[in-house]
Design a protein around this ligand. Sequence first.
Ligand code: A2P
Length: 332
Amino acid sequence: MTRKPNLAVVGATGLVGSTFLKVLEERDFPFENLYLMASSKSAGKTVTFKGKDYIVEELNEHSFDKPIDIALFSAGGGTSEKFSPIAAAHGCTVVDNSSAWRMDPEVPLVVPEVNPDDIWKNKGIIANPNCSTIQAMLPIKALHDAYKVKRIVYSTYQAVSGAGMKGLSDLAEGLKGNDQCKAFAHPIVGNALPHIDVFLDNGYTKEEMKMINETHKILGDDSIRVTATTVRVPVRCSHSESINLEFEKPFDLDEARELLRNFPGIIVQDDPKNAVYPLAREAEGKDEVFVGRIRRDFSVDSGMNLWVVADNIRKGAATNAVQIAEKLLERL
Ligand code: A2P
């Protein structure tokens, strides 16, 4: 880094946007000027960052006329589709948390512990993967490099915060006995909803197809067979995932555990006899991916089961994006 960047946070008033700010502050991210942007609804609001007050600006076609080096976007797909190219055309590098650009072949899709070098292929936009994909990528990459994964079965248990403020509100109201359904098709309290995002013609949900397609793109290998069932559960924060893996090569379970333990960003919590395994409530507020229940799948020649938990708003969104931005500083 030769100088400090001018930084923008787009969607700064949202759940992920405000967590961008929290993570930037915690990690003491260097910046010269900071611009906070949101919709006209929030324009003029004051947000305090590092003890200083900032006025939220309305995002518009001229927002990037001023010099901005890096913009962290979490303002929905439509907003990103329209404004990311405008930002990029002005020389800004966008790190976008929406699904708008993830499968665009011109746009790198990055988990910094997994495929950091893809960042440098960017043409002004870098996509942050889906929350449920990000946390799965770390343990899978650790094992894929050693044993070559050939099939993945994802089953997820996802927190309501993945559906933003409305999701949190449906859970909070439901716990008070008011079965409102602002974010979900059915009451979330007392239920497990096998329905995240919309259903597609092939019978899968968009969330499930995101996990499948993004896994191929991040690992750079379309030959891996992947299937997924994604489920919303009445948990406030942190997604939990059962991940079943089948490998081409045989593995030693102790060695596999060691590979997971040594991989950056992973914490192994695996002492089931003492009831130690990753838990959503314990992962909340943390940046690491927690891995446990590491065991052989006896039904195939070389198979493994994992239980993987991470804070979906932090590592699943804000922290991953800030890590990408930190990497961008290397070549500013
Ligand atoms: P605002 O609060 O002004 O509506 P969440 O995912 O938690 O709902 O947050 C979405 C974020 O994206 C909010 O900061 C929201 O701003 C912002 N946003 C939504 N639509 C637009 C838009 N058209 N232009 C700019 N920001 C937007």
